[in-house]
Design a protein around this ligand. Structure first.
Ligand code: SF4
Length: 442
């Protein structure tokens, strides 16, 4: 029973960057899909019951983080692919409705009131502060009351520099926030203007400097793949952000799809260019001693950055708000979209849209997936997956090794991911899951 992974030499593609030729092990870069396509699908009510039963049987929950999704922005940026809506700042009815329903979902969450507080609480979206500071404070206090907030818990907020005034910063400090994750995207003024950023690059840098001086942990999102962006712009952005004191970078790739706005050839050129820029980032981070710690993220170390790296720490995630994804034990779930989320809460039903439960075999896959995302793979986990999928996984491992995606470290008791592996990590994860899917189906 050998799994045909369709891996062959012909999968490699040569990509010619402005300065270098790269051998690509896949014909296109893909993102890993959520876990819903693997495992046994269950409905929202069953997922809610599972969470409650798990709570009863386990007593204290496994370490967990909380993710709160606030799906509102002042306007929608040209490049945004997130689940959010453009809402006027004075549209109180919209925001009040959100607060009412989300408060209900917090107090009724099966993981609330367990006595074990979260490790981190992240507000994302959307622009969470767009609901107004008072409502934001109510949300924060409701979470603290329901879940607790140990001293070690990191409270983090995703936002933009233009939405943070000195006064706002003081309120955030009072609420216990330590980290501000800023969607900088680019510091180039022409691009910032075109893509709807309200402040200049210099103003953003000044604000970052101020936030850092005020003692906040600051991390940034940068986007590669803007039309007309250049290698020089990227180097300049990285250097300026590093000089001001940023030590955690999250890199996203902006991709236009074939058929929508790009021809296949243009798409290929875009891929070449983006990968070339990724290599520049990788080299820059190495030269500054920053290491890859999670999907597209670089920091001093895994420990120095808790932001959005809970899978790498094997933690569960309590998902609050529409379109938030969560996990608990062997359950992986996603909440409903806004109107359905409200309707479910109003009717006393589960606001979970879809969920899957996975078994021992999938757990082995998930362990390896987490380690791949953390860019640190142990021999123990490789052996575990080899034991479960002895017919198929060795071929895949060989593919990763021979293509230089996975590299041994020191005595080969642990492995790390190369720059190329990091760029194609979604492809690697999907290959791994295919093995699990195949195994499930025989
Ligand atoms: S501010 Fe952020 S979440 Fe809102 S539309 Fe722009 S990129 Fe998307």
């Amino acid at each position: 029973m050998v799994l045909n992974m369709a891996i062959s030499k012909s999968d490699s593609m040569s990509f010619v960057s402005p300065t270098q030729t790269y051998e690509f092990p896949f014909d296109q870069r893909i993102e890993s899909h959520p876990w819903f396509e693997v495992g046994d699908a269950i409905d929202g009510e069953a997922a809610k019951k599972y969470l409650a039963l798990e709570r009863q049987s386990k007593g204290l929950p496994h370490p967990y983080c909380i993710y709160v999704h606030v799906p509102f922005c002042e306007s929608i940026c040209r490049f945004c692919a997130l689940y959010t809506r453009g809402v006027r700042v004075n549209d109180d009815a919209v925001f009040d409705q959100y607060i009412d329903f989300v408060k209900q979902s917090i107090v009724n969450h099966p993981n609330a009131n367990t006595g074990l507080g979260p490790t981190t609480v992240h507000f994302g979206g959307g622009t969470p502060l767009h609901i107004g500071l008072e409502r934001f404070a109510v949300l924060t206090q409701t979470l603290k009351k329901a879940f607790g907030s140990p001293q070690s818990c990191e409270w983090a907020l995703e936002t933009t520099t233009s939405s943070l005034s000195h006064a706002t910063l003081e309120v955030l400090r009072g609420l216990g926030f330590q980290r501000i994750h800023l969607g900088i995207q680019t510091l180039n003024d022409r691009l910032r203007k075109y893509y709807g950023r309200h402040e200049s690059g210099e103003a953003a840098i000044d604000k970052l400097r101020f936030f850092l001086e005020q003692g906040f942990l600051c991390s940034v999102d940068l986007i590669i793949g803007f039309q007309d962006s250049t290698e020089e712009m990227l180097r300049n952005d990285l250097q300026r952000l590093y000089e001001v004191g940023i030590r955690m970078f999250s890199i996203c790739e902006l991709r236009q799809r074939i058929g929508k706005s790009l021809t296949a050839k243009q798409h290929e050129e875009q891929s070449q260019r983006n990968y070339h820029l990724w290599r520049i980032i990788w080299q820059f981070m190495q030269s500054k001693g920053l290491v890859p710690i999670h999907l597209g993220q670089f920091a001093n170390s895994q420990k120095s950055n808790l932001y959005y790296t809970h899978p790498a720490r094997s933690e569960d995630c309590v998902a609050i708000g529409p379109y938030a994804h969560g996990s608990s034990g062997r359950l992986y779930y996603s909440n409903k979209l806004l109107p359905d989320y409200y309707a479910a809460i109003q009717a006393g039903n589960s606001p979970i849209e879809k969920a899957v439960l996975y078994d021992d075999c999938l757990e082995a896959v998930l362990d390896l997936e987490r380690e791949l995302l953390a860019h640190q793979v142990s021999l123990k986990t490789l052996n575990k997956v080899t034991n479960v999928f002895s017919c198929s996984f060795p071929d895949l491992l060989l593919f990763w090794e021979t293509r230089g995606l996975l590299l041994p470290e020191g005595d080969a008791s642990s492995w790390t991911i190369s720059a190329e592996g990091s760029w194609f990590i979604g492809n690697m994860i999907m290959q791994l899951r295919k093995i699990a899917e195949y195994h499930e189906n025989v």
